[in-house]
Design a protein around this ligand. Structure first.
Ligand SMILES: Cc1cc2nc3c(=O)[nH]c(=O)nc-3n(C[C@H](O)[C@H](O)[C@H](O)COP(=O)(O)O)c2cc1C
Length: 467
C-alpha cells in the first residue's frame, strides 16, 4: 500500500518525527511510506501551483495519509497549519475525502493531546476516515517498548485500510454561520459605564491579526476598547515584522537570540511586556486561529519555557465558533496558565448583537475589576501540571536551554513548595503512627479534623474584608 506522510516539521528531513517514519519504512518494507515535507516547503507550496499539484497528486493516489508532526505550542507548527489552510483555500479537500488517516505526533508531552485532537478534527472535517494517533516523546524511539507501540500503531493503521475498518467520528462538525455584528446604538454599546473606577497605571493592549473595522472582530474590538475607561492600544500582527515561522533550530535556547533578525522579540519586549493586560483577538480559521497567529505564537519560543508574561491579565475576543471548539478553548487556557497569568474570560460573536455586546462589556468590566484589585488566580490543573513538567524538563536540558535555566534559578521556579521541612517531618510522624494498628486507628479517627486544622485556624481568626 502507499501511505503519504505529511511531515509537519519545519526541519524537513532533519527532524525527530521523521526518524520515527524512517524506522517504520524499515519495519514495513512491503509498503511505500512517501514522505512529503510540506511544512519545510511551505513557502514554495504557497507560491507555486505546480509544486502544490505534485503534493495533491501524491495524496490522490495513496491509500492512506499519515500526519507526522512535532507539537508546537499545543498544536502543530504554523507551517503545517498554513498547509492545512491551503487545502481549503485552494479547494483541494475532495482529494482527502474517504482516505484513511492517522497521526504521529512527537513532543515532550506538553499538551500533545490538544495537537492530536486538532489533527483528528481536521482529518474528520476533510471527510477522512481517521483511525487514530500515537503521541511518543521525542526520544521514545530509543526505548524497545515504545518501538513496539510504534510498530503496532502502524500495523493497525495498515490493517484498518486493508479491512475497511469503521472509523466513527470523534468530533462533531463545526456548524457556524455568523450574523453581522453591528450594534444599532453604537454609542450606547461602547459607552464607558458610569462610576467606572478606571484602571490606574499600566497599559492594556489588544493583539489581533484582523482589525478590519467592517468585520465582526474589528467591531468587537471597538466596542471593547470604548467600554474601557483607560486607553487600549491595538496591535495588528500583520504589521509586526515577522520574517517567517519558527524553524525549530533551538539556537535561541542559549541566550534568547533568534536566528531571524526581525521585529518579533523587540515587539514583545517593547509593546507587550510593559502591559498589565493583554487581550488576544482573532478569527477562528478551521479549528484554531489563523496561521499568522500561530506563526507569532511559535516565534515566542525565543523566550523558551519561561513565563515571560507572568502576572498579566489575559482575555480573549474571538470571532468564530469557540463554544463548539473546547479543544481550542483549552489551548487558550493552557497558554494563560503556562504563562502564570490570570484568565479573564472569552467574548465571542456567537449570539445576537445584544448578547455579543453584553459579553464584551462583561470582559471589560472583569478586566477593570482585576486591574483595580490586583486579581491573581491560583493555577488550576493545567497550570499546575505545566509548571511541574517544565520544572522537570528545564533542569534536564539546562546545558542546552541555558537561558531558561538562568531564568528559573533567578525567579525561584525550581523551588518545591510542597516538600518543605515541616511537611517532611509530618510525613515521618504519620508514617510512624500508621505502622502500628493501635496508633493507626487513632490517626484515622483524627484524619478529618486534622485535614482542616490549619484552614480552620485561618477561618476562626478572619475579620470582615476591608471596604
Ligand atoms: C517552537 C517550539 C514549540 C514547541 N512546543 C511544544 C509543545 O507545545 N509541547 C511539547 O510537548 N513540545 C513542544 N516542542 C518540542 C517538540 O515538539 C519536540 O522537540 C519534537 O519532537 C520535535 O520534532 P521535530 O524534530 O520533528 O520537529 C516545541 C518545540 C519548538 C521548537
Amino acid at each position: 500500500m502507499k501511505i503519504v506522510v505529511l511531515n509537519g516539521s519545519p526541519k524537513g528531513e532533519v527532524s525527530v518525527t521523521v526518524q520515527y517514519v524512517r524506522y517504520l519504512q524499515k519495519q514495513f518494507p512491503g509498503h511505500e511510506l512517501k514522505i512529503l515535507s510540506v511544512a519545510h516547503e511551505i513557502n514554495g507550496l504557497e507560491r507555486d501551483q505546480a509544486k502544490r499539484q505534485t503534493v495533491m497528486d501524491e495524496i490522490e493516489s495513496c491509500d492512506g495519509v499519515l500526519w507526522a508532526s512535532p507539537v508546537y505550542y499545543f498544536l502543530v507548527p504554523s507551517q503545517l497549519k498554513r498547509f492545512i489552510e491551503l487545502i481549503w483555500e485552494r479547494r483541494a479537500e475532495e482529494i482527502f475525502r474517504g482516505k484513511y488517516g492517522a497521526a504521529l505526533v512527537t513532543s515532550i508531552h506538553c499538551m500533545d493531546h490538544t495537537a492530536m485532537n486538532y489533527l483528528t478534527g481536521i482529518s474528520e472535517d476533510l471527510g477522512m476516515r481517521f483511525v487514530g494517533g500515537l503521541t511518543p516523546a521525542s526520544d521514545d524511539l530509543t526505548v524497545p517498548k515504545e518501538r513496539t507501540s510504534l510498530i503496532n500503531f502502524m500495523a493497525y493503521f495498515l490493517h484498518a485500510i486493508e479491512t475497511g475498518a469503521p472509523t466513527p467520528r470523534s468530533f462533531a462538525p463545526v456548524n457556524y454561520s455568523p450574523g453581522t455584528y453591528r450594534p444599532a446604538d453604537f454609542a450606547e454599546a461602547t459607552a464607558t459605564p458610569a462610576g467606572n473606577p478606571g484602571t490606574g497605571d499600566g497599559k492594556i493592549v489588544i493583539l489581533t491579526d484582523g482589525n478590519d473595522p467592517e468585520s465582526n472582530l474589528g467591531r468587537m474590538i471597538s466596542v471593547f476598547q470604548r467600554h474601557m475607561p483607560s486607553p487600549v492600544e491595538v496591535f495588528d500582527l500583520n504589521n509586526v515584522a515577522i520574517k517567517g515561522g519558527c524553524q525549530g533550530c533551538i539556537h535561541c535556547a542559549y541566550d534568547n537570540t533568534c536566528v531571524y533578525q526581525d521585529g518579533v522579540k523587540q515587539f514583545i519586549q517593547e509593546k507587550l511586556l510593559p502591559a498589565k493586560a493583554i487581550i488576544y483577538a482573532g478569527n477562528i480559521k478551521d479549528r484554531y486561529l489563523s496561521s499568522r497567529w500561530k506563526m507569532y505564537i511559535d516565534r515566542t519560543f525565543v523566550f523558551g519555557h519561561t513565563p515571560y508574561l507572568s502576572g498579566k491579565q489575559i482575555g480573549f475576543i474571538i470571532s468564530g465558533p469557540l463554544r463548539q471548539l473546547p479543544n481550542l478553548r483549552q489551548i487558550f487556557e493552557a497558554h494563560t496558565q503556562a504563562q502564570r497569568c490570570t484568565l479573564l474570560g472569552f467574548a465571542t460573536d456567537e449570539g445576537d448583537t445584544e448578547t455579543i455586546t453584553a459579553g464584551l462589556q462583561a470582559l471589560a468590566d472583569r478586566l477593570v475589576w482585576a486591574l483595580v484589585h490586583g486579581l491573581q488566580a491560583p493555577p488550576n490543573y493545567l497550570g499546575y501540571g505545566l509548571h511541574l513538567l517544565f520544572k522537570e524538563f528545564v533542569p534536564m536540558v539546562s546545558g542546552i536551554f541555558r537561558a531558561d535555566h538562568i531564568f528559573y534559578k533567578k525567579h525561584g521556579l525550581y523551588k518545591d513548595q510542597h516538600k518543605g521541612l515541616r511537611q517532611r517531618m509530618m510525613n515521618l510522624l504519620f508514617a510512624a503512627m500508621n505502622s502500628l494498628p493501635k496508633t493507626r486507628r487513632e490517626f484515622q479517627k483524627q484524619m478529618k479534623p486534622g485535614m482542616i486544622a490549619d484552614l480552620k485556624r485561618i477561618v476562626d481568626g478572619a475579620k470582615p474584608a476591608a471596604g
